[in-house]
Each structure stands twice: as structure tokens, then as C-alpha cells.
Design a protein around this ligand. Structure first.
Ligand SMILES: [Fe+2]
Ligand SMILES: [Fe+2]
Length: 166
């Protein structure tokens, strides 16, 4: 279990409270589409956003913050319908532009609060220089970096453990 028990539980769909918060999003075609594109190493965008969403949910719950917003916006924070590794002019400056694309795509799927937008639009801070306003957005931006680092480092491991136990 490369990211620990809680991450695995999220993938094995066992945390009832977490799932009750995001289940309406997980069944949407737009959200499922994230599983078609690689985010880091061999991790799909959906796996990555689930990682961010679930860990941010746990952290915010522990800190007495709005864990619902963290879970939902965390799941939508990278909602783009392309593989950013592909050399396509439309993906140029992906790092800077995709938070806005994600907000636009997420708005087409569900209602977003001001806090949700803050979480999604500022998750690339400090690459995008305007910092988050809400504490939950700070949690998501740091959890995103944690997950991205773990996922990227998988590439360098000789015998990566398949965390899905498939
Ligand atoms: Fe991102
Ligand atoms: Fe991300």
C-alpha cells in the first residue's frame, strides 16, 4: 500500500462517509473520463484526484475544516479531458491554465461554491502566483503536491507495488 491504508480504502470504496460526499460525482461520465488519461507515472488523473480528494478529506476532518468541500473540489481539481503529456498546442502551458479549465469543466457537471472555486483555481500555487483564500484550499494544494510527488517517484522504483492489488 504505497500511500497507506486510507488511500487504499478510498479505492476499495470502504469509507462510507467519504463516499457519501463524492458518490454523485463519481458516477458522472465527465469524472469517469479522467480515468482515461495519465497524470503521473502510471497513475490516471482519476486515481490522482481521488488521492488528493480522500487525503484532503481526512486532513480537513482532523483539523475541523470543511471536509466536504475539500473532498468534492479535491476530486474535481484536475478535471480536464486531455492527456497533458501529449504534444498538442492546445495543451500548452497546461500547468498554468488547467485550473481554469477544471473550474469550467466542473461547473458543467455540478454546482460550485466560492470555496470550491478557490480550491480548484489556486491548487497550483505557487506556480500560479495568487494564493488560496480558504484553509481547505491550502490543504488541497499541499496534498496535491504530496500525491504528485509520490506518484512521480513511482517511476523510479524498480518493483512498484501495485496498490490496487490487481
Ligand atoms: Fe493540477
Ligand atoms: Fe493535481
Amino acid at each position: 500500500m504505497w500511500l497507506g491504508r486510507k488511500y487504499a480504502e478510498a479505492f476499495n470504496v470502504k469509507d462510507a462517509e467519504y463516499l457519501s460526499i463524492v458518490e454523485d460525482l463519481l458516477i458522472l461520465e465527465g469524472v469517469k473520463q479522467m480515468d482515461k488519461h495519465i497524470q503521473h507515472s502510471d497513475i490516471t488523473t482519476l486515481e490522482h484526484t481521488l488521492c488528493v480528494s480522500f487525503i484532503a478529506f481526512c486532513v480537513c476532518k482532523k483539523l475541523g475544516l470543511d471536509y466536504r468541500a475539500a473532498a468534492r473540489a479535491g476530486l474535481l481539481h484536475d478535471l480536464v479531458y486531455y492527456d497533458w503529456h501529449e504534444a498538442d498546442p492546445a495543451h500548452k502551458y497546461h500547468g498554468y491554465r488547467h485550473p481554469l479549465f477544471a473550474v469550467q469543466n466542473a461547473r458543467a457537471l455540478t454546482e460550485l461554491s466560492e470555496k470550491d472555486v478557490d480550491i480548484i483555481i489556486h491548487h497550483m500555487w505557487p506556480l500560479t502566483p495568487i494564493p488560496p483564500r480558504y484553509k481547505e484550499a491550502w490543504v488541497v494544494t499541499f496534498v496535491d503536491k504530496y500525491c504528485a510527488t509520490k506518484e512521480t517517484l513511482r517511476k523510479y522504483k524498480k518493483n512498484p507495488v501495485n496498490y490496487r492489488n490487481e
